[in-house]
Design a binder for this molecule. Structure first.
Ligand SMILES: [Zn+2]
Length: 367
């Protein structure tokens, strides 16, 4: 609880920590002493604004005390991973081609990459986070990921046994939205993150929770039909949103006709599909990740369309923007996944820069 508070809100005095956690000052002092001994927190001196009496000493999270190993399986036929600090800064990277491996072979490849990354860490590893396409059960079993040939693959168990570390596995879109929420300066209100790549995936955070939905398929807006007479989609139907805004499809439309018109049309379809969701859930932000040259114009058109189609109260302050996390959104999100698991619950890192003196919460500046 103390670590979560320090991560989310930045340095605090022991008295502040007691007030905000409801623990007694004695308990807080004892816990802080333990955390100091473990090297997870450090004393930062007195806040500048205190003038009278003996100023309280601030305690802050040591961002570099531990590291997280993150693996991203969302890129076609590739394994990408990194070692990151607790504030989401990349310390080391590793990537290798999957070369068509599927099933148990693919699990073994992930295990080898994770082991390699653990070996590259320069601090004790807090845990391992894996972002995978497909449907993931709560116990880290990948129930269905057709591209990797996984149907009930016990990925978390295999990695846990091999590495002797806490392992968290989640859907890549859920992981990306968790990264945006934890490290991307996301809004307190509802947040939806849309990933535009070979397909379209989305994750939602509402009231501090990632939404999973009835069958774990929340966020499948890519296969909502926006034009019944449109092009055929990978899912077998016609005119899904994906046929307009998936990157290969959109690039083809731009190359075949007028690029500006194709982009504007795609942005319009996107806004039309988003409007009912924004109106229903009163989302504060829709964040787009994908190629920068596509994402910026799409965001602009979609935001205008959404605002035109919802009530003024829903449109007020509503934003569509590109992700703040660049291409590392999923890896950073996997770090958030481990933090959430190990610190208990989702954490927002809007004050993470305070928690990491001299550091930055955004990896986009360090790449
Ligand atoms: Zn479809």
């Amino acid at each position: 609880m103390l670590l979560q508070h320090l991560f989310g809100h930045g340095p605090a005095s022991r008295a502040d920590l007691a007030r905000s956690t409801g623990l007694t000052r004695v308990t807080v002092s004892e816990l802080v002493a333990d955390l100091l001994a473990e090297g997870l927190v450090e004393e930062l001196g007195a806040p500048q604004e205190s003038r009278v009496g003996k100023p309280p000493t601030l305690v802050g999270l040591v961002a570099d005390a531990k590291q997280v190993v993150a693996v991203d399986l969302s890129v076609d036929d590739q394994l990408a991973g990194a070692v990151l600090t607790l504030t989401g800064q990349v310390v080391a990277r590793s990537a290798r081609p999957l070369e068509g491996r599927r099933g148990d072979d693919a699990v073994a490849a992930v295990r080898d990459l994770a082991a390699d990354l653990v070996g590259r860490s320069t601090r004790p590893v807090l845990g391992v986070g894996v972002a995978t396409p497909g449907i993931v059960g709560r116990d880290g079993v990948v129930l269905d990921a057709p591209n990797l040939g996984w149907h009930g693959a016990a990925l978390a168990d295999v990695l846990q046994d091999a590495l002797d570390l806490a392992v968290y596995v989640a859907n890549d879109a859920d992981t990306a939205v968790m990264g945006e929420y934890t490290f991307g300066g996301g809004a307190e209100g509802g947040l939806m993150l849309l990933r535009l790549s070979t397909g379209v995936g989305a994750g939602l955070v509402l009231g501090g929770n990632v939404l999973h939905g009835h069958r774990g398929a929340a966020g499948e807006i890519g296969h909502v039909v926006v034009d019944p007479d449109g092009d055929e989609c990978a899912c077998g139907r016609r005119g899904c949103l994906e046929t307009y805004v998936a990157v290969p499809r959109l690039r083809r439309r731009m190359a075949e006709g007028d690029a500006g018109t194709a982009l504007a049309d795609a942005g319009h379809r996107l806004g039309a599909a988003l409007a009912p969701v924004v109106g229903t859930l009163n989302l504060g932000e829709v964040v787009l990740s994908g190629p920068a040259d596509l994402v910026a114009p799409l965001a602009e058109v979609a935001a205008t369309v959404v605002r035109d189609r919802v009530m003024p109260v829903s449109a007020e302050g509503f934003v569509v923007r590109p992700t703040a996390l660049g291409d590392d959104g999923v890896l950073v999100g996997a770090t958030g996944l481990v933090l959430a698991g190990e610190l208990g619950g989702l954490v927002t890192g809007r004050h993470a820069e305070q928690a990491a003196p001299g550091g930055s919460a955004s990896t986009s500046k360090t790449r």
